[in-house]
Design a protein. Sequence first.
Length: 110
Amino acid sequence: MEYLLDVLNEYDLVGNIAQYENEGVAAPEDEYSPEAEDIAYRLGECKAPEELRSVIKEVFDHWFDNPHMPDDRLDAATEKIWYEYQKSRGVELPEPSKQVTSTWDKPDNS
């Protein structure tokens, strides 16, 4: 389930990757690996995208002590993970369409 880590890195739910970039450092490719493993472990219990969204939120709450996660990022990541999971099971779904509009702004160091 390599796609889990790819999706979590892409949507950067808590801004860790953006923080590395803001500091001019490359983020580790496995930045969200523990979270991806926890989600993978629980993915089979999810019967609907809403349940997956709850699992993702619970996992990130556990690892980051109730972090700020913009809803658009959480919703887009949920949709993409659900799509990839269903695809891996031979279920065809429409391509994910949710967009991320929130940004992780650079701090003002002036």
